[in-house]
Ligand binder design. Structure first.
Ligand code: SAH
Ligand code: MG
Length: 216
């Protein structure tokens, strides 16, 4: 390791133990994902961002698009108040079933609804208003998910989206594939559309953060 990497590792350790350390349940969940699913859950650091923002907007209703095994969902649901609720959308029956088990093990079964099906269909059936929407499913559909998030989120609410960097491919002009194109369209829109105030945090694979205009 270079000196810079050593310094960064020490800082990550110092801050991680204070702000994004995982309890045994989250470590067991990571191991379960590693054993039988793609390891595409958010990082603990991103989880702490989601949890802190849940508090910032005093969220009671959160919508997540892309559940996997519930790792990001647990970070958010734990930050919800007693009467809070997370709706999370998942197309894979295997993932949805695993997520239901993990939410139950985390004591969050009453706070979370896992909606099995294509998010495009489930979203059409959902009603406003959500305080926060987290987009983390198929990348080519991000522009469509943004339309739905804008319909469903309250004024002053937040829309977040994962994998904005596309592991370095976002700004690579050689890359032209549907997922990356979907992310580029999403980025253009949150950058320029009236009433949206956005930025992208360099956390994990890039996490965008959009405040939807108007006050709560
Ligand atoms: N947010 C999760 C990771 C999600 S991975 C976490 O950080 O823990 C992306 C998930 O989106 C996968 O489980 C995949 O099955 C699901 N997915 C892909 N296309 C979808 C669609 N059209 N509708 C709903 N879920 C979808
Ligand atoms: Mg992701």
């Amino acid at each position: 390791m270079t000196d810079d990497q050593t310094t960064q590792a020490a800082i990550d350790e110092y801050l991680g133990t204070r702000f994004w350390s995982e309890d045994q349940l989250l470590r067991d969940l990571q191991a379960d994902i590693a054993a039988r699913a793609p390891r595409i859950n958010i990082s603990p650091q991103a989880g702490a961002v989601l949890a802190t923002l849940t508090h910032a907007v005093r969220a009671t209703r959160i919508l997540e698009i892309g559940t996997l095994f519930g790792y990001s969902g647990i970070w958010m649901a734990r930050a919800l108040p007693e009467n809070g609720h997370l709706d999370t959308l998942e197309i894979s029956p295997v993932h949805a079933e695993a997520a239901r088990e993990w939410f139950a093990r985390a004591g969050l079964a009453d706070k979370v609804t896992v909606h099995l099906g294509d998010a495009r269909e489930t979203l059409a059936r959902l009603s406003p208003a959500y305080d926060m929407v987290f987009i983390d499913a198929d990348k080519e559909s991000y522009p469509h998910y943004l339309d739905q998030a804008l319909r469903l989120v309250r004024p002053g609410g937040l829309i977040l989206a994962d994998n904005i960097h596309q592991r370095g491919r976002l700004a690579d002009s050689e890359v032209d594939e549907p997922g990356v194109r979907g992310i580029r369209t999403y980025v253009e829109r949150i950058a320029v559309e009236p009433k949206l105030r956005s930025t992208v945090l360099p956390v994990g694979d890039g996490l965008s953060l959009t405040v939807v205009g108007g006050s709560a």
